[in-house]
Write a protein that binds this ligand. Structure first.
Ligand code: UTP
Length: 292
C-alpha cells in the first residue's frame, strides 16, 4: 500500500458568501484569532506526515503564496527589534523549497474540477484533500486519524458528521453500510440531496483520502449539483471499485465559509488560548448581557 505523501488544498473558489471581504482577500486568508484558515489546514497536513503541498488557486489568491514564503524585509525588521516570538511564528508557517506547488484553476468550475487540475502532480499516488474553510477542533488531528484508517483498510476515506435532516441539501450525503466504532462503510453518496431524497443524515466534511483513479472519473468533467463539477459524483463511481470508508469526526467542525460558523470558530479558538480565554469569556458574557 502506497503511503499518503501529497495533499491538495483547493483554494480557487470565489467565496461569494463572504463578499465584500473576499473581493480582494482570499477567503482562506481570513484569520481565526491570529492565524489564517489555510495555515490551520497546512498544519493539520504536516502533522499527518504530508510531504508535498499542492495549492489549486485562482485569480486574486497570491496572498496565500506570499504567506508560506520568505518575507525578508519583515523578518529582518523583527530580528532588529528583538521580536523573537513573532519571528518564530512567521518562520514556522513557511513551507520548505520544493515542498510546495501552486496550480491555477483558471475558472472556478467546482471542487471536482479543482482537484482534477492537480492530476499531473498526483500521478499514481494516493493523496489527501483538505478544505481550509472546514476548520476542525479535535484532540487528534482529523487527517492523521483518516490516514490510520486508510493504512488498515486501503481505498478511499472521507470524514463524516451528522447534520440536521433539513440541512442535507448543503452537503454530500452518504449511504452508510456496516459500522465499526467510528468507521462507516460507504455504499453510495449523493451531492446536495433534498431531505426527502437523502440516503441518511451523514454528511461528508472537507477531508478526503483518495486513490489517484478518481482523476480518471473527474476527467469526464460532468457537471452535477449547482452546475459545478462535483467531487462527490466522481467518488460515487468508485464505490465498488475500491474499499470506501467514512470516519465520523472525533471533534467539532466549523464551517468557516459561512459567516456565523466563522465567528463561532473565532470565539471557540480564542477560548482555548491561555493568553485570551479569560478576557474573551468576560467580553462575550458582557455582550450577551447587553444585547439580552
Ligand atoms: P465552497 O463550496 O465553499 O465555494 O468551496 P466557494 O466558492 O469557496 O465559496 P462560496 O460558496 O461562493 O461562498 C469549498 C472549497 O472548494 C474550493 C474553495 O476554495 C473552498 O476551499 N473550490 C471551490 C475551488 O478551489 N474551486 C472551485 O471551483 C470551487
Amino acid at each position: 500500500m502506497k503511503p499518503v505523501r501529497k495533499a491538495i488544498f483547493p483554494v480557487g473558489g470565489l467565496g461569494t458568501r463572504f463578499l465584500p471581504a473576499t473581493k480582494a482577500l482570499p477567503k482562506e486568508m481570513l484569520p481565526i484569532v491570529d492565524k489564517p484558515l489555510i495555515e490551520y489546514a497546512v498544519d493539520e497536513a504536516r502533522d499527518a506526515g504530508i510531504e508535498e503541498f499542492i495549492f489549486v488557486t485562482g485569480r486574486g489568491k497570491s496572498a496565500i503564496e506570499d504567506h508560506f514564503d520568505n518575507n525578508y524585509e519583515l523578518e529582518q525588521t523583527l530580528a532588529e527589534r528583538g521580536k523573537q516570538e513573532e519571528l518564530d511564528q512567521v518562520n514556522q508557517a513557511k513551507l520548505k523549497p520544493g515542498q510546495v506547488a501552486y496550480i491555477r484553476q483558471m475558472s472556478p468550475l467546482g471542487l471536482g474540477h479543482a482537484v482534477w487540475c492537480a492530476r499531473n502532480l498526483i500521478n499514481d499516488e494516493p493523496f489527501a484533500v483538505l478544505l481550509a474553510d472546514d476548520l476542525i477542533k479535535a484532540d487528534k488531528p482529523t487527517l492523521t486519524e483518516m490516514i490510520e484508517v486508510y493504512e488498515t483498510r486501503g481505498g478511499n476515506v472521507v470524514s463524516l458528521m451528522e447534520v440536521p435532516a433539513h440541512h442535507t441539501s448543503r452537503y454530500g450525503i452518504v449511504e452508510p453500510g456496516d459500522s465499526a466504532g467510528r468507521i462507516v462503510e460507504i455504499r453510495g453518496m449523493v451531492e446536495k440531496p433534498a431531505p426527502a431524497d437523502a440516503p441518511s443524515n451523514l454528511a461528508i466534511v472537507g477531508r478526503y483520502v483518495l486513490q489517484p483513479s478518481v482523476m480518471h472519473h473527474l476527467s469526464a468533467a460532468e457537471t452535477g449539483a449547482g452546475n459545478e463539477i462535483q467531487l462527490t459524483d466522481s467518488m460515487m463511481k468508485m464505490v465498488g471499485e475500491v474499499p470506501f470508508n467514512g470516519l465520523r469526526l472525533g471533534g467539532t467542525r466549523y464551517d468557516c465559509g459561512d459567516k456565523a460558523g466563522f465567528l463561532a470558530a473565532g470565539i471557540a479558538f480564542a477560548l482555548m488560548r491561555d493568553d485570551m480565554a479569560t478576557e474573551i469569556r468576560e467580553r462575550v458574557s458582557h455582550l450577551l448581557t447587553d444585547t439580552a
